[in-house]
Ligand binder design. Structure first.
Ligand code: GCV
Length: 670
């Protein structure tokens, strides 16, 4: 089996010093063993130095002077968070301390990362200190993998967790856990939230042994295993005639099920639930609320320290496009705000970043800043469903930073999304960030080699929300392609310009959608216009956009002030979201001084030109990047250039045809 090591392919830095390095560990354990193995691989590959592991001790005084060492010091008394670490390195002697083995593992990965990004030539002359507490308690990846091996919205091959209704455990499983842990991921849900067919039976005897092994492998990298469950499991598996959360038989069924699961998988994390959403069963069938549904499950998993992660992606997916009153954007808030304060402590609401569905640009969901007595997690998507499906390069970290930095005005001192999901705002610990994963069994894990920057970046950002998108990109480039100034410069430019470029040549001004239905790839301006999904731009010959002000659907009122007023007034609404909140005529003059139609034309031409430049920038790197990776990326960038042109011409021609307005610059419109 073949796969790359992504950012963990340790390149030689120097082999001038061959002295062995002793690694002292105060305790043994699976996580410590992995930490030592990582140090062994890293020192060998980076410096050609051999590691000797010594368990149960510390360096003796007379050893200090002679030997280079790394000491892994487990100290439960340490005044740091549970997964935090401290590194103190001075002239060849390094101490990594942490309260837990997971903290030590993160410390080891941070140590190695710093050796690499600082290009430390002589470890024995290096002085370095770093203390770090992860920003978010839960840092999770949700895989939408199906048991037949396919992946919903998967763009990098098939699942490496499932095949033909069986669980796969092989070298890739370990490699995956190692990559995920290296960026601080501590929770993984392996199966699609749309739980159908055999996936319902994952919580049964048929799969427990394999799941336990998986959980142990994950556990040896500090990662908890979660499963998406089917809310109708008591009917489908249990033979009951209901899955009503208030029915005693249903409660009992889940309690027994939870007991059975934890008996078999003692380190199990808990359930991820998509209920009453896009055809999935849920409490609404029985006239029950989502709080009743989630709390019933929470009661069942509580004795085992389990969590219920409950998704807020609940909306009417059977809308009549003629109905101008129903607004899908309102649905999350309308469904969940009335329940604020009613959820059990071990329930976390998982909220997509925007009110719709992972578009290239959306306002931040008003549930952040709305909910004040409920645990919340931010759900992002690194699987690029609407952002180029890993065939286009689209580095999402600048977007994620904007989302995290968004001030919600919830009335607390710490009021950004980052504050809320980190637990700083409401002083809670069941919270964090999750991303829909972008991995599969392709050789490079993510289809597009540059898409691995989103996997790496998501983990790094979840661990340390203070990092900038550029810092993360720079670390990733260096560790993936090795240090070279030209490579750093060109790949940085491609990555940092990729999200804005994608927005420009697809759907600027916050309008979103305009994609081909079902698979969501490529331009189709009216693709979702007359459909049931509630995702309309309502463009006609005069105007485009949805009025979400109080005069329209009233969505703006779901925000706290001053946001509600800022968004409701087209003079103050941020330009990049103006068509999300307002219906504007094509000759309306935007804050930039351009008309709406001219902005549409210009941005599409600009975006497509930028996509073409990505290919030029990449081609300048021929010979500086390993041939196969170079070729893989080049192929995708050629496609992106052509596809961006297609987007440009389809969208511009559509608006030219319906508006009849010429491009001021006289460029070809068809
Ligand atoms: C897993 C969007 C996607 C669906 C996905 C859903 C969700 O609608 O297109 O494939 O289903 O979001 O987040 O549940």
């Amino acid at each position: 089996m073949e796969f790359t090591n992504c950012w963990l392919q340790y390149e030689k830095i120097s082999d001038a010093n061959h002295k062995d390095i002793k690694v002292y560990a105060t305790t043994e354990g699976n996580i410590i063993n992995n930490a030592i193995e990582e140090l062994t691989t890293a020192f060998d590959m980076l410096y050609n130095r051999r590691v000797e592991a010594v368990f149960g001790g510390e360096p003796k005084d007379n050893e200090n002077a002679a030997a280079s060492s790394v000491e892994l010091r487990l100290n439960p008394e340490l005044k740091l968070g549970k997964e935090a670490f401290r590194i103190d390195c001075d002239s060849g002697r390094c101490v990594v301390s942490a309260q837990t083995q997971a903290g030590l593992l993160y410390g080891v990965f941070a140590l190695i990362r710093n050796l690499r990004v600082q290009r430390v030539y002589d470890f024995d002359k290096w002085s370095f200190t770093l203390e770090q507490n992860p920003s978010n308690p839960i840092r999770m990846l949700d895989h939408w993998d199906n048991m037949d091996g396919s992946i919903e919205r998967g763009y990098s091959g098939n699942s490496f967790f499932f095949e033909k209704d069986e669980i796969i455990i092989n070298e890739r499983t370990y490699a995956y856990a190692r990559l995920a842990a290296s960026v601080g991921i501590n929770a993984v849900a392996i199966n699609n939230v749309n739980v159908r067919g055999m996936a319902t039976w994952l919580i049964s005897d048929k799969y427990y042994d394999k799941l336990r092994s998986l959980s142990e492998i994950f556990g040896s990298y500090g990662i908890k295993l979660y499963l998406s469950i089917n809310f109708a499991a008591p009917i489908e598996m249990g033979g009951l005639d209901t899955s009503d959360p208030c029915d005693e038989r249903v409660k009992e069924w889940w309690k027994n099920k939870a007991k059975e699961i934890w008996q078999h998988i003692p380190e199990f994390g808990g359930f991820l639930v998509k209920a009453d959403s896009e055809g999935r069963p849920g409490p609404f069938t029985y006239g029950r609320s989502h709080a009743e549904g989630a709390n019933m499950l929470a009661d069942a998993v509580r004795p085992f320290g389990g969590l219920v992660i409950w998704r807020c992606f609940v909306y009417n997916c059977q809308q009549d496009w003629r109905d101008q009153k129903t607004d899908r954007a309102r649905a999350g808030y309308d469904n969940f705000m009335p329940l604020d304060g009613m959820f059990a402590d071990n329930v976390i609401l998982q909220i997509k970043n925007g009110p719709m569905d992972f578009q290239v640009r959306e306002p931040v969901s008003p549930l952040f800043g709305g909910l004040k007595r409920t645990n919340a997690m931010l759900e992002l998507q690194i699987a690029q469903e609407y952002t180029g499906q890993q065939r286009h390069v689209c580095y999402l970290l600048p977007w994620f930073k904007e989302i995290l930095d968004f001030k919600t005005y919830c009335g607390r001192e710490h009021d950004t999304v980052a504050d809320i999901v980190a637990g700083r705002t409401y002083n809670n610990t069941n919270c964090g960030i999750v991303a829909v994963a972008n991995t599969g069994n392709d050789i490079n894990w993510t289809g597009h080699d540059l898409a691995a920057a989103n996997w790496y970046g998501f983990g790094r950002l979840a661990f340390d929300t203070g990092l900038s998108a550029e810092e993360i990109a720079s670390e990733w480039i260096m560790q993936t392609f090795g240090y070279n100034e030209k490579v750093m410069e060109n790949v940085m430019e491609i990555l940092m310009k990729s999200w804005p470029a994608y927005e420009k040549y697809t759907s600027p001004l916050g309008i979103g959608w305009m994609v081909k239905p079902n698979h969501h790839y490529g331009p189709d301006v009216d693709g979702y216009e007359y459909d049931r999904w509630g995702t309309y731009h309502r463009a006609n010959h005069k105007a485009i956009g949805v009025d979400r002000t109080p005069a329209g659907t009233g969505y703006t009122q779901q925000y706290n002030e001053p946001l509600a007023s800022i968004y409701a007034d087209k003079r103050t609404c941020p330009q990049e979201l103006i068509l999300f909140f307002h219906r504007l005529e094509y000759d309306y003059v935007l804050p930039s001084g351009k008309t709406v139609i001219q902005h549409i034309y210009d941005s599409h031409f600009e975006g497509a030109d930028e996509a073409a430049r990505f290919l030029d920038l990449w081609r300048e790197l021929e010979g500086l990047i390993e041939d196969e990776a170079f070729g893989r990326v080049e192929k995708r960038l050629i496609h992106q250039k052509e596809h961006a042109k297609e987007w440009r011409d389809v969208v511009n021609s559509y608006f030219y045809r319906i508006s009849g307005i010429e491009d001021e610059k006289g460029r070809p419109l068809y």
